[in-house]
Design a protein around this ligand. Sequence first.
Ligand code: SF4
Ligand code: SF4
Length: 445
Amino acid sequence: MENTSVKKFPIGGTHLPEEKGLTTHEPIVTMSVPQEVSIPLKQHLGVPVEPAVAVGDRVKKGQVIGEKAQGLRSIVHASVSGEVTAIGEAPLPDGTTVTAISIRSDQDAGDQEIFLDPINLEGLAEEEFREVVIRRVEEAGIVGLGGATFPTHIKLATKDPIDTVIVNGAECEPYITVDDRLMQERAADVFRGLEIVRRAVGAKQGFVACEVNKPDALKRLREVARDFPHIAAQALDTRYPHGAEKHLIKAVLNREVPLRSLPGSVGVLVNNVQTVCAIADALDKGKVLHERVVTVSGHGVKDPKNLSIPLGTSIKDAIAFCGGESQPDPAVIVGGPMTGMRVEDFSIPVTKATSGIVLLTEDEYAGSIHMACIRCGKCVEVCPMYLPPNRMTSYINNDMLEEAVGAGLDACILCGACQFVCPSKRPLLEWIKQGKALAAAQKKR
Ligand code: SF4
Ligand code: SF4
């Protein structure tokens, strides 16, 4: 579908320094097979799966290594061929640990990959199409690869009447260029994956939404859109946080998702760019999800890249593949600098949730020194959820959790825009996260 309009959400948000130039022209390269991977059995929103292999087993890339669980789960596959050396714990960016399977790789066995049978969807009736797609997406272990990691087979099985599917290519976090590169290099697969999802959920239309700060990606999307009568490329103004689902839907369709509701409540399903590529690969090639594209960037790394990395690879190995640190002790952020987490333990593995590894020099990193609030109101101006971050955080820091909730703590989408604009460098996002965790713990009691 032809579409040359440029849209945006109406109120709040901010412009960020992008720093995407470090990697926007770097083609995706496949990382060499690491000596060892540590693959978490929970890389999805839900409960961990149980190991399907034992120490000493030999496994092949693509083989199921974790499957069963009581509750929301997503299958986990081996990302390298080799020998299972341990079933232990792996650290995660939030400071917790998770059960993980360690595999010592046969480094010369890259071609020993297990594929499922490709599926020909031509001629399948509506209901059968939907069932086949959902089953395959589940078998392939696909989850939301934008960071949310909600199991995609559950999302596709929605009972909500869906009329529109949006692929979220806003990628508004500074430094990160994963979706940008995928839209440049694999635009046809992005549309193919979206078309599969659109048919599976019975939607009449689809959009691939992309901010105008990715002109090469947008050009490719518009070219490919000519071959897809129900799907258009939708350009978005460059504004943070366009990638937040509710803001994306408001911008593209002018629909408001009510507080505490999901996009399905307004007839919309949102998928990430890499997720729909994985769906196309799973159906057309029988490929399961055992690797993902990650941007390794920042002025603290020697050779920034967009890397296709086997899941379970340590961030240390990924950084080493990019030439290592460009100066001593950069701040290492897993995720983007707005919503990611600073980590000190570099044995943390890359998971389905990892979109970026960003190494910031001291100058780039906002640091932990902050000053008193000068009541400038900038945080209130930029908040895309119309919240008072200054007041909310003051309540949180004074143990007035009820008042913080009353000021809208639940509605905060953790975009970090308030923290970014604060001239006193107050760590508003960190405080809000702490407040949310405390409020959640209180609810459980
Ligand atoms: S209060 Fe929450 S939603 Fe508002 S700007 Fe801050 S982090 Fe974003
Ligand atoms: S932006 Fe910072 S200094 Fe300004 S009102 Fe908000 S918290 Fe206070």
